[in-house]
Unconditional design. Structure first.
Length: 736
């Protein structure tokens, strides 16, 4: 295995030149922190610009800079002022940044800047090529370097190349307006793996590839130049422990050790104990929606005037690109809005807005996170928004409320936050009202879930996940086909039912007797279902079994008051005539400790998915995920689990938006067979909706009326269109 080469616009090192010497200090940014686990030891090299132009470096200092950087495993790409202006301030930040954030009116399409962008990308690629060797893994970062992967690929097709975009990728309709759109796509497609924060960005990219390049795209794989480019989403995390531990430490600090800001915040608490602090932290950037947020705050105070003098908004606007005219105009607009709102509404004892325009040290950041009751973050468009995650990580008592724009990438992972449309002032005002009045128990319940997720999928895990995926070969996916219970077929079945003396029914539950719910526990039986089951079970000729992958405790809770026959957990347990459950099969569960971490890793990277742990099986549910993304992840998980279980007697079942791993000697078919031998049945009926029911269809006698719910490929003799018609079918038996 070769070394790892990381490439980014800026190195993770800050240089200071003074008195003929160079001081190199590690940066503390999110990327620098996240890449620690990758950029360590002698087998890693980080390539980027030092932050100093050629003109800023004193004559003869070049070798000293190289030496200082080498001590941090870094190598610089030298840039002059003209290159920085055209490449960074020009094309990167006046073309790509506004366009990719949907601010088309700010995007400039200057040919000269594009040409400099190409030249500088080639400079980066050349430095990489000088150091690249067989077996190396190369990871390129962000929108400033989108041409680099193809430039490296052209010279070194043997190395593995990954690219991660830290900002949104826009929709096809936006991206197509870029004059050099195909060149950018070609640059990115030089990668083996392209990563995004969210599935939406991934989907937009794939759409542009399909429509602009006409390339074959299968799920998350693109076929180009006789090779496969894998595209995936990796939601970037934070250094959770750093923020959580700093917040804990601050909570135990003595008064004399506190910062001036903390003393001011404490004084506010003492003088206005019932007042709520609302925190807003952003770079001063038009994508962050700060001006719109101020208008929304005024709207809130006018709609709910009872909260005047009861809330205070703290705005921390971190200076950004202050030499760019658009940012200067934005600064002036924000300054004027803050002044107007404070001027109109302030009283002798109350200033509605505390406004800070500056960068703050880490300690002050923790002061603000721990002292604020509400974090209010409403970007118009944001690749991720790590501030939202930092705020939640800093709430050591799990109190506090996060109001987050649904336009932020972090919203996909933080469903427990109050998600709002940043353009809807009515919704924002109501969310602020709800947040102010949210019971502490609800705050803690929401934040506990988010903290667990953030602690597990931290920034180091994000980096390692990307690297692990880059080292893997893309996998292929499989597809299935389909086959109706009506007319003469229906009449024949009803005739057989009427003349039969001993009838047996196997009825699957989820997706058959009832529809699916995002939360499986909400799919409880209703009154009509109980009536149908009671009447179907009433004739002494009929024996009815409910058969399900559900756990026995849930079925006991739902059906325990009835004398139904039940088979649960795919055939592990059986209850007949209202008796206690007994085991049909003896199964092992020692394999669960090996599989559980794999499922957890997929939960981390698939927002909306969750694990259900039963007595003898593990299920990964993805009904609440984005449909396309969930299907893609299910395909990946199937591949991973299949390789893990090997020759062990363990089976992976693919259900409706669920993958379940269980003992291989247990399935619905075996359970049905054991019931079948107990009596001489002359009419057998079985119905189910997913692949777990295929065992039942295969095992039962050929004469059985096996019915598949839906049109998927099946071993059943017949199918019915959907689960809504299942109850009509059962009513047909009752009324025949």
């Amino acid at each position: 295995m070769g070394k790892t080469i990381i490439i980014s616009n800026r190195l993770p090192v800050q240089l200071q030149i003074g008195n003929g010497s160079i001081t190199a200090m590690p940066s503390v940014g999110g990327l620098a922190t996240g890449m620690k686990s990758v950029h360590s030891g002698s087998d890693s090299l980080w390539i980027g610009w030092s932050g100093l132009t050629d003109e800023e470096i004193p004559e003869g200092m070049g070798p000293k800079i190289d030496k200082a950087l080498a001590e941090h495993g870094a190598l610089q790409v030298p840039l002059n002022e003209a290159e920085v202006e055209g490449f960074y301030f020009g094309f990167s930040n006046r073309t790509i940044w506004p366009l990719f954030h949907y601010f088309m009116e700010y995007a400039e399409f200057e040919l000269e800047n594009w040409e400099v962008y190409c030249e500088v990308n080639q400079k980066f690629a050349n430095v990489v090529l000088e150091k690249a060797e067989d077996g190396d893994i190369i990871w390129v970062h962000d929108y400033q370097l989108m041409l680099v992967p193809a430039m490296i690929r052209e010279e070194r097709p043997d190395v593995s190349i990954g690219f991660f975009l830290h900002i949104p990728f826009p929709s096809y309709e936006i991206f197509r307006t870029l004059p050099w759109r195909e060149e950018v796509l070609e640059g990115l497609l030089g990668s083996d793996l392209i990563g995004f924060h969210t599935y939406d960005y991934e989907r937009h990219f794939l759409s542009s590839v399909r429509r602009l390049k006409g390339l074959e795209v299968s799920y998350n794989e693109i076929y180009v130049d006789n090779r496969t480019v894998k595209v995936d989403s990796f939601p970037m995390g934070i250094d959770y422990d750093k923020f959580h531990q700093a917040a804990k430490k601050q909570g135990t600090s003595k008064k004399k050790d506190q910062s001036d800001l903390q003393r001011r915040l404490d004084l506010h608490r003492e003088t206005a104990p019932d007042s709520k602090l609302i925190l807003s932290i952003d770079r001063l950037d038009y994508t962050k929606g700060i001006a719109k947020r101020l208008h929304a705050f005024l709207y809130f105070l006018n709609k709910y005037p009872q909260y005047r003098e009861k809330v205070r908004l703290i705005i921390l606007a971190v200076p950004s690109r202050s030499n760019v005219p658009q940012y200067q105009l934005l600064k002036r607009e924000v300054d004027e809005l803050v002044g107007r709102i404070n001027g109109e509404l302030a009283t002798v004892s109350w200033t509605p807005i505390w406004y800070f325009y500056r960068s703050v040290p880490f300690e002050n950041l923790i002061n603000l996170y721990t002292s604020s009751d509400i974090a209010w973050l409403t970007p118009i468009r944001d690749g991720m928004n790590l501030v939202a995650k930092e705020y939640i990580a800093s709430r050591t008592d799990q109190s506090g409320v996060l109001i987050l724009s649904e336009m932020a990438g972090a919203a996909n992972e933080m469903n427990e936050a109050l998600l709002i449309n940043p353009n809807n002032f009515e919704e924002i005002a109501d969310s602020l009202f709800y947040a102010i009045n949210m019971p502490i128990e609800e705050q803690q319940a929401r934040n506990t879930l988010m903290q667990k997720r953030l602690a597990r999928y931290n920034v180091e895990k994000w980096a390692n996940d990307f690297m692990d995926s880059l080292k893997q070969k893309p996998e292929k996916v499989a597809t299935t086909i389909t086959r109706l219970l009506k007319g003469q077929v229906w009449d024949n079945m009803m005739s057989s039912y009427q003349i039969a003396k001993n009838r047996l029914f196997f009825l699957d539950y989820d997706g058959t007797l009832t529809g699916f719910r995002n939360d499986p526990q909400q799919a409880a039986p209703d009154t009509r279902l109980f009536e149908l089951l009671d009447r179907l079970s009433e004739p002494e000729e009929n024996t009815v079994y409910l058969i399900s992958g559900r756990d026995k405790d849930t079925f006991q809770k739902w059906f325990g008051h009835k004398n139904y026959n039940m088979i649960v957990e795919h055939g592990v347990w059986i209850s007949e005539n209202g008796e206690d459950f007994r085991m049909l099969e003896q199964v092992k569960k020692d394999w669960m400790d090996k599989i559980r971490p794999v499922l957890e890793s997929f939960v981390d990277r698939t927002p909306g998915s969750f694990i259900e742990e039963k007595n003898y099986s593990l299920a990964w549910h993805y009904r609440q995920t984005d449909p396309d993304f969930g299907n893609k992840r299910a395909t990946e998980l199937t591949t991973v689990v299949t390789s893990l279980i090997g020759t062990d007697n363990i089976t992976l079942l693919s259900g409706n938006k669920v993958l379940e791993i269980k003992s291989g000697n247990v399935n619905k078919g075996r359970a049905c067979s054991q019931v079948l031998v107990q009596g001489a049945y002359d009419f057998v009926f079985a119905i189910g909706d997913d692949t777990t029911d295929e065992f039942m269809f295969e095992e039962l006698p050929k004469s059985t009326f096996t019915v598949k719910v839906g049109r998927d490929k099946t071993n059943a003799r017949f199918f019915i269109e959907n689960n809504r018609k299942v109850r009509d079918l059962l009513a047909g038996f009752i009324h025949v």
